[in-house]
Ligand binder design. Sequence first.
Ligand code: COA
Length: 372
Amino acid sequence: METSTDTRPYSAGLEGVIAGETAIAKVDGQNGRLMYRGYPIVELVRHGTYAQVAELLWTGEWREDAALHCGTLTGPVLAALRSLPDGTNAMDALRSAVSAWGASERLTYPPTLEQARALTAMAPSALAAFARLQQGLDPVEPDAELGLAAGFLYQLTGEAPDAPAARALDAYFIVAAEHGFNASTFTARVITSTQSDLASAVCGAIGALKGPLHGGAPTEVVSQLHKIGSPERAEQWIREALDRGERLMGFGHRVYRAYDPRAAALREVAEGMGNTAEWLRLAVAVEDIALRMLAERHPDRVLKTNVEYYTAAVLQGVGLPPSLFPATFAMARHAGWTAHAIEQASANRIIRPDVRYIGEAERSLATLATPA
Ligand code: COA
């Protein structure tokens, strides 16, 4: 093997590397703060709507009259969804829908605000249609009066959603809309930097988010709480899981060294939802015990609740099946991905880092024996 003479710094997973500049969001892991365009996430959740927040991410402006309604699906998108086999993963379905949408819209570079709005509005209709088709039901036409979260619930069930559920899902959409240079957003920016189109960038981002290290945790939080079953069983269950070297789902974070501000905002939302009471009582009791035991086991490492823990409570509370949790996250993240694509294109330079070569030293085919 060649001994590398390249002494430039290398960080596995690009951890700690500044790989770009953004004015969209600030993730302050040390102090447990998250701000979109300078506004703290907790204020946005309390006083804003997803439509207002999406406009803020895209344009930097706060518009009181911002509105987003679910888009009508075009023929190619519906045909793509209908062609998927039974049991298709919802993330694969959403990615396929975005791909078909991009093809039928004949998108070109650079990404625009109109494209970002249209794609973000299409995603909930596509996911709802997919969920119904998989159950042998016909898709429901979008209701132009409803916002994105309420419109998604309506298209999923065919019934007017109750206001607290729609509000809770809207709050979740706000919390999940954007989070700096995570793997999927970085993927979207890399694709945009080649001057490819917005649908391609979002397809790539959905692919990155599909991996369990990025977008899969809330589903596992639900199964963890089901296994624990009751607050009385929590301590023993957690001790045994930690003794086996397992991770507690919904705890710990690469960036946050404090309570995840998104978890705090979502816990407030979950507490305002009547129908989650029983489930929330279990989640809160388990959280307290888990935090205490994680602190005992890792006195030198701050391990706090992360966003996925209360995401599970909210999504379960609004009646979504766990199989739709990751794709619901992806839907909400459309605002952030598309905002980053627009920002990347506004000062573009192709993202093309270098790699350290650690393979064979130079050699020649001539040294190999000639085949008979
Ligand atoms: N449960 C139990 N122990 C945990 C833990 C968890 N959820 N998260 C981290 N730890 C422990 C690790 O075992 C490790 O201990 P060790 O040093 O004795 O080996 C230590 O804390 C540091 O963990 P590390 O893997 O280096 O942290 P990371 O920054 O790379 O990982 C996560 C971050 C999110 C991947 C990790 O905390 C995790 O797997 N959490 C559970 C999954 C989850 O909730 N994901 C959603 C993230 S938003």
